[in-house]
Design a protein around this ligand. Structure first.
Ligand SMILES: NC(=O)c1ccc[n+]([C@@H]2O[C@H](COP(=O)([O-])OP(=O)(O)OC[C@H]3O[C@@H](n4cnc5c(N)ncnc54)[C@H](OP(=O)(O)O)[C@@H]3O)[C@@H](O)[C@H]2O)c1
Length: 256
């Protein structure tokens, strides 16, 4: 029987690579994001790459909005008795998406930046997890969060790293609560990963070279690097691994 795998942010970047990872192993993948056209493209590409896997299912939702997450939960409940894997990859740094000038001056701008990053990175993962947790297969279910190197060493203005770091205690508490049911809960914390929409076109060659130089292997991460780690955490080989944050960054968090 195919594993049922829900991937938030599954239309692009790390989430898309993760969706392909599971489809390549005959998984029934559900990809979630806000842009239906991007999800349709992702589903088409997955279908072309893995024609014998169950057709991937796109679901359009803004995961920061409780009613949209409830809609997703109710629809999926009608289709599936249980889920095997939930991957919370949706997120991003709002200051990479909007220039600082898009925010008001003073404390109003500070409040907005911190709130936006919290909603995008923390709340999106918490709402989707709370919506689906009771339907995770037990034993054997897996919840995986996507954190960031920024949770360990900051992100310039604190607000993105803080939002990612707040997923860690949630991961530990869930792991403790779900351990007796044979469900593991972990997070993967990537360093600099290219070929996603995270940085857009914003990095200059100098900035990029600086990021590559931080990694002990001198290279950027790829979406597949992260997907492979997520895939391992979801596998039976990792059944005794829970309440862990796995850093995948070529050693960049320690620096060179
Ligand atoms: N790339 C890096 O260097 C890096 C490093 C560390 C951690 N990360 C983390 O890795 C995860 C994946 O990022 P990525 O690099 O693959 O960037 P990405 O290509 O921008 O992926 C983010 C995905 O999240 C979706 N998303 C954003 N807000 C959403 C919302 N409110 N509701 C539903 N879906 C939403 C986006 O789709 P829509 O816009 O269509 O909603 C997009 O598919 C993120 O959590 C990011 O913080 C990335």
């Amino acid at each position: 029987m195919s594993q049922v795998v829900v991937v938030s942010g599954g239309g692009t970047g790390i989430g898309f690579a993760t969706a392909k990872y599971f489809a390549g192993r005959n998984g029934q993948v559900v990809v979630v994001g806000r842009r239906s056209n991007i999800l349709a493209q992702a589903v088409e590409e997955i279908g072309r790459a893995f024609p014998s896997a169950p057709a991937a299912i796109p679901f359009t939702a803004d995961l920061t909005l409780p009613d949209q997450v409830e809609g997703l939960r109710d629809t999926l409940k009608e289709k599936f008795d249980a889920f095997d894997v939930l991957v919370n990859a949706a997120g991003g740094h709002v200051l990479r998406q909007h220039p600082a000038s898009a925010y008001a001056d003073g404390l109003a701008g500070v409040a907005r930046r911190w709130t936006d990053n919290f909603r995008l990175n923390t709340l999106s993962a918490v709402l989707l997890t709370e919506a689906l947790v009771d339907q995770l297969r037990a034993p054997g279910g897996r919840i995986i969060f996507v954190s960031s190197i920024a949770a360990y060493r900051g992100s310039g203005q604190g607000c993105y790293g803080a939002a990612k770091a707040s997923l860690h205690p949630y991961c530990y508490d869930l792991a403790k609560a779900l351990g007796p049911r044979g469900i593991t809960v972990n997070a993967v914390a990537p360093g600099y990963v290219e070929d996603t929409e995270f940085f857009g076109a914003a990095l200059s060659e100098t900035q990029r070279a600086g990021k590559l130089a931080e990694a002990m292997n001198g290279r950027a991460g790829t979406p597949d690097d992260i997907a492979n780690t997520i895939g391992w955490l979801a596998s039976p080989d990792a059944c005794h691994v829970t309440a862990q944050i796995l850093q995948v960054n070529g050693g960049a968090e320690r620096g060179r």
